[in-house]
Design a protein around this ligand. Structure first.
Ligand code: ATP
Length: 198
């Protein structure tokens, strides 16, 4: 099985790219979705998180209060490490399961933390979606209704553009419009189909 990892900073356009590839019949495993699935109500991981952080981490619907959890771990390295040690192996296991169920010519693993975690070991090629920081801030603010300072803080906590690009086999620059992105993604798709056959 040929696996293509797609990563990029916040608001770079990962979902836009994977959406286009899905239209070409490619299966996409989304690490963000998996990360939510492993802490759904009734999961052992959610129970552990509740025991560690207290019942106030659970919202009225019985689910994880993600915003509260993010606020706790954002500037607390020790708590972040605890949470990562719990979740990363579970997320990896579930990603492996979902990848193994794919039957498209190649399969995409989309993950904002592809390079930061051992998830990059699961992929044959790495695609980085790259945008100028100004564009990234603009699009993220528009999408999430965030302030520029909030977006800048998230960008500062992520890997730099330079670091990401160094790990890339393919770079998709997404500074231009969606039509341009579509052309680039279709080209990439042809390339990846060839790679998958090699
Ligand atoms: P995150 O890591 O935060 O989930 P992402 O990398 O998946 O983000 P997207 O959600 O795909 O990024 O894109 C961010 C926003 O920018 C979205 O609202 C999307 O519709 C928009 N967008 C993406 N690419 C373009 C483009 N080329 N032109 C205009 N808007 C775009």
């Amino acid at each position: 099985m040929f696996i293509v990892g797609i990563t990029g900073g916040i608001g770079s356009g990962k979902s836009a790219v994977t959406g286009l590839l899905e239209q070409q019949g490619i299966n996409v495993v989304d690490a963000d979705i998996v990360a939510r699935e492993v802490v759904e109500p009734g999961t052992p991981a959610l129970k552990e998180i509740e025991m560690h952080f207290g019942a106030s981490i659970i919202n009225q619907l019985g689910g994880l209060d993600r915003q509260k959890l993010r606020a706790i771990v954002f500037d607390n390295l020790q708590e972040r490490k605890w949470l990562e040690a719990l979740l990363h192996p579970l997320i990896r296991e579930e990603i492996l399961l979902q990848l193994s169920q794919s039957n498209s010519p190649y399969t995409v693993l989309a993950s904002p933390l592809l390079l930061e975690t051992d998830q990059h070991e699961l992929v044959d090629k790495i695609v980085v979606v790259d945008v100028a920081e100004q564009v990234q801030i603009q699009r993220t603010m528009q999408r999430d209704n965030n302030s520029s300072d909030q977006v800048k803080a998230i960008i500062a906590a992520q890997k730099s553009r330079q670091e990401r690009i160094q790990s890339a086999h393919y770079i998709i620059n997404n500074d231009a419009d969606l039509k341009t992105l579509q052309e680039k993604v279709l080209n990439l798709h042809q390339q990846l189909l060839l790679n998958a056959k090699e």
